[in-house]
Write a protein that binds this ligand. Structure first.
Ligand SMILES: [Fe+2]
Length: 513
């Protein structure tokens, strides 16, 4: 076979890397754009063969000795039964290197002399997935909504100021690249008020108005009542430009409300949050910055946040978790409804999700879901996304016989915390099932109401271990691991990632290939 010198050099380079002759392992190169980034985007070459061997002692040992002889790294080996024969065994072996490489060809030739038959397998085509952490730039902007384009039933749809703000934050996320610090957001006062406690003066208003309505108002005459209401409403609207009126009159801020239910969060959350208050600026008067949280998480577990403009597809979102990256929005819900949001916002991301990523077992659990999603079929993505929903979003666990929340959808919802973890013996209590990924992956769920069914793990470690068992049983064309040093995904089999039109287009823009 005639090959170009470039392809030979490339094969040699990959073989050198396989034999441990790569660059210094402590240096993580900047791979944002250019030829190096493109190189890291490629899947390491693999070759897979199917061998039929005589079923006798030492037969496999002889084959393995050829790998030592040719210094080729074996990446996967599995035996398969041969129907109707008890004298032959079939072994599938995958190893580093391409089938065109002369060393690999010599290896296969040697193996063929000891096998009854040997078949070099064609590559398996799988859905495209990111290979290097920089590849997340290719999928981060594939949001299902545009961030600033709100549905007509969104609480902020008729608020031009809010929509303008959403569009601006969406732009920040869309221009972000993987190796940059996350831009700090200068949150407006009305955003701080939705997040946490209002200023003292407005607290006083809340108190006075509540007192007035409960004591003075019922004692007044009809005319006085009307005048009273008009005066107070005018005064508040004047002071608050409309927004404050709704907030002060009836609706409490998110941070304070969740604090009242914090005892229903799992131990890990309760222990981590004070640290994040200390190191990341969490408080009811301050919205912590994604960059500070991301730095904190990286020191704890290697997880990091990455800004995103809106909702991603399940595949793209889960793929990010494989790299210990959590796509996080930077906007806040509309101030008219501080205890409700139709989409993930910073109250959900930062109060629900972020603290849990500082726990090693939870971080590993989340990454396992992500690794299993790489190159998975659409059906398996759906099963994994459903497992994700019943755990990372709405998972419960047992703590000294009591139910405690570790899922972000529960942790970030005052009402759902109570619904899920309190008064569990009441007539309309939800159903509680032991955590079982197989069952959970087939259990439908509502997205606009409290959950009717919760899966309860014995602990976070229990949640992780059962999920790993589940993902290992899923039929997959390859096995993936994440190398934190090189920030790349390692695969064991000979595969080809298919390219959908959008990812191919973005890749062309980013890497100039
Ligand atoms: Fe979430």
């Amino acid at each position: 076979m005639v090959r170009s010198s470039a392809s030979v050099a490339k094969s040699r380079a990959s073989m050198a890397a396989v034999r441990g002759m790569s660059s210094h392992p402590g240096i993580v190169p900047n791979l944002g754009t250019g030829s190096m980034g493109m190189a890291m985007n490629q899947i390491d070459p693999r070759c897979s063969v199917l061998c039929e061997l005589p079923d006798k002692p030492g037969a496999l040992f002889v084959l393995l000795s050829f790998f030592w002889k040719h210094e080729v790294q074996l990446t996967a080996i599995e035996s398969r039964p041969v129907t109707g024969s008890d004298q032959t065994m079939t072994i599938q072996m995958s190893f580093a290197g391409s089938r065109e490489d002369p060393i690999i060809q010599k290896l296969v030739t040697d193996m063929s002399k000891k096998c009854r038959s040997i078949l070099v397998l064609d590559e398996k085509v799988v859905p495209w997935f990111p290979r290097h952490i920089s590849d997340l730039d290719l999928i981060a902007n594939r949001t299902l909504d545009a961030g600033g384009d709100l549905e007509s039933d969104h609480p902020g749809f008729n608020d031009p100021t809010y929509r303008e703000r959403r569009a601006k934050l969406a732009e920040v996320a869309q221009t972000y690249r993987w190796n940059e610090p996350i831009p700090y957001i200068d949150y407006e006062q009305y955003e701080l008020d939705t997040w946490g406690a209002g200023e003292c003066i407005f607290r006083c208003f809340h108190f006075v108005i509540s007192l007035s309505f409960h004591i003075i108002y019922p004692l007044s005459s009809c005319v006085n009542r009307t005048m009273y209401c008009v005066l107070h409403m005018s005064f508040l609207i004047f002071l608050s430009n409309g927004t404050w009126f709704f907030f002060v009159l009836s609706l409490p801020p998110v941070y304070d409300e969740l604090e009242k239910k914090r005892h229903l969060a799992c131990r890990e959350y309760r222990e981590i949050l004070p640290n994040m208050e200390k190191h990341c600026g969490y408080s009811n008067k301050n919205i912590p910055q994604a960059q500070d949280i991301s730095m904190f998480l990286q020191q704890c577990t290697g997880f990091r946040l990455r800004p995103v403009a809106g909702l991603l597809s399940s595949r793209d979102f889960l793929n990010g978790l494989a790299f210990r990256v959590f796509f996080s929005t930077q906007y806040i819900r509309h101030s008219s409804r501080p205890l409700y949001t139709p989409e993930p916002d910073i109250c959900h991301e930062l109060l629900g999700h972020a603290p849990m990523f500082a726990d090693p077992a939870f971080a590993d659990f989340s990454q396992e879901v992500g690794l299993a999603s790489l190159g998975a079929s659409d059906d398996d993505i759906k099963r994994l996304a459903t497992c994700y929903w019943h755990t990372v979003e709405f998972g419960l666990l047992k703590e000294n016989g009591e139910l405690r929340a570790y899922g972000a959808g529960v942790l970030s919802s005052f009402g759902e915390m109570s619904h899920a973890c309190e008064n569990v013996t009441r007539d309309d209590a939800p159903t509680y099932l032991p955590w079982n990924p197989e069952v959970a992956s087939r259990t439908d769920y509502p997205i606009t109401t409290y959950q009717p069914t919760y899966f309860v793990a014995e602990s976070l470690a229990d949640a992780k271990n059962k999920l790993i068992e589940f993902t290992e049983q899923m039929p997959k064309p390859f096995y993936a691991r994440y190398n934190a040093l090189t920030q790349t995904v390692w695969v064991d089999k000979h595969i080809q990632r298919e390219k959908d039109s959008l990812s191919a287009q973005v890749e062309k823009v980013s890497y100039g290939s």
